[in-house]
Design a binder for this molecule. Structure first.
Ligand code: THU
Length: 157
């Protein structure tokens, strides 16, 4: 028997100004996307922005429905749209921001398991790492690849 360890590293920033210009752009797009969220049930508004290798930014927001499971998270809304519109473009970064009552949350929403799995598969499909930016008003976290949020990724089939 051997005991193994999985190590995760990420960067933390105090404000958008500390980010690289390209990361800043995708972070701002995620914040902007919050305004298109349709979340009458949770009142938790989430915006996501996907940066493609050609520089295009695709935005998405959470969309809820009275039949609760029919809704979709901001991250998957953005990724599915990006994959449909730009099937040959790698997704190099996804930024996520959340707001409540019109105010950006201090700590960013951390993506749910289903969204992490979808991120993982697009990363595997493209063969390039997809970075993740979690945008809060007081703290921004950057993960260089999906593996850092979803170790032991399922991609066997
Ligand atoms: N939600 C997202 O869109 N992304 C996340 O990372 C966390 C949760 C949405 C789903 C639902 O519309 C609302 O936030 C409350 O869970």
């Amino acid at each position: 028997m051997t005991t193994k360890e999985i190590k995760i590293t990420y960067q933390e920033f105090n404000s958008l100004d500390e980010l690289q210009p390209e990361d800043q752009k995708v972070a701002e797009a995620a914040i902007d996307a919050i305004s298109h969220s349709y979340a009458p049930y949770s009142r938790f508004n989430v915006g996501a922005a996907v940066l493609l290798e050609n520089g295009t930014i695709v935005k998405g927001s959470n969309q809820e429905n009275a039949a609760y499971p029919s809704g979709l998270c901001a991250e998957r809304t953005a990724m599915f749209y990006a994959s449909h519109q730009y099937p040959d473009q790698s997704m190099t970064c996804i930024a996520i921001a959340a707001g409540q009552h019109g105010v950006l949350c201090e700590h960013a929403a951390s993506p749910c398991g289903a969204c992490r799995q979808v991120m993982a598969q697009y990363q595997t499909r493209s063969g390039h790492p997809m970075a993740v930016l979690l945008i809060g008003s007081k703290k921004i976290q950057k993960f260089e690849k999906i593996d850092d949020l979803l170790p032991l990724i399922f991609d066997n089939i």
